[in-house]
Design a protein around this ligand. Structure first.
Ligand SMILES: Nc1ncnc2c1ncn2[C@@H]1O[C@H](COP(=O)(O)OP(=O)(O)OP(=O)(O)O)[C@@H](O)[C@H]1O
Ligand SMILES: [Mg+2]
Length: 225
């Protein structure tokens, strides 16, 4: 995917100015920057959920995502699995019900749901806990449920917006191992984070944002703010 001279703003206020960057399939990229530097806005624009002030975002096939029809946009979004800091799960429902519900909403048949839910739960190591209610799980297990949900459409790109933000060290580490596994299986990982320890231990590409610009972009980077 590629950003060409993208400017993002809220009203009169410019958040990111004239950003250009490209992320190849199979890369693992951290987005870092102070609070308010525009990481979430960048992610929203990539999801086609934020209008650009100017510039173009191209998908992996080189198509301008702003020109998608509603149907194409839906299709494109299915190729992007998203994980957020606030889990947005139904606390009273079970792990299985939460993932199944996300599939129902997307119009999958019962047959597909019954086949696919155990598959994605196995991928995140939660098959044994599928009948447990979300409110009875550890933070790491809750976040793994979210990752399972993000895997429903077998996305090529996984986008995390501070997916470890509410987790303690042990649970955060567990989530990072899972993301590494997914990366090894060929997925592109794009993750916004404030977690210095994670960034410094994983030695992946790091893109740093400040004052509306990319201030560094390093291959095996560190948390350099
Ligand atoms: N819907 C909105 N309307 C107006 N301003 C917004 C909106 N969303 C975000 N902003 C502003 O845009 C700037 C960038 O916000 P953004 O959420 O992208 O930052 P961030 O890097 O993700 O920060 P954090 O690390 O705290 O999550 C902030 O100054 C924020 O106040
Ligand atoms: Mg944010």
């Amino acid at each position: 995917m590629q950003y060409n001279n993208v400017t993002l703003a809220y009203g009169e206020r410019t958040i990111l100015r004239d950003i250009s960057l490209s992320i190849d399939p199979g890369e693992f990229v951290f987005l870092i920057g102070a609070s308010g530097s525009g990481k979430t806005s960048l992610i929203k624009s990539l999801l086609g959920a934020k209008r650009l002030q100017s510039g173009t975002i191209f998908d992996d096939s080189g198509r301008d995502i702003a020109l998608f029809s509603p149907k194409e946009l839906l299709q494109y979004r299915r190729g992007l699995g998203t994980i957020f800091q606030d889990f947005k799960l139904l606390a009273r429902k079970t792990v299985r019900e939460n993932v199944a519900f996300a599939m129902e909403v997307c119009g999958y048949s019962n047959y597909e749901i019954e086949r696919r839910v155990p598959e994605v739960l196995a991928k995140v190591g939660l098959l044994a806990k599928k009948e447990k209610r979300i409110e009875t799980l550890s933070g790491g297990e809750v976040q793994r449920t979210c990752i399972a949900r993000a895997l429903i459409h077998d996305p090529r790109i996984i986008i995390g917006d501070e997916p470890t933000g509410n987790l303690d060290r042990a649970n955060a580490t567990e989530i990072m191992h899972l993301l590494e596994d997914l990366h090894r299986s060929g997925k592109t990982i794009i993750m916004a984070t404030h977690d210095e320890t994670i960034v410094n231990t994983m030695k992946k590409r790091v893109i740093a944002f400040s004052d509306g610009k990319i201030v560094s972009d390093t291959k095996e980077g560190t948390y350099c703010l």
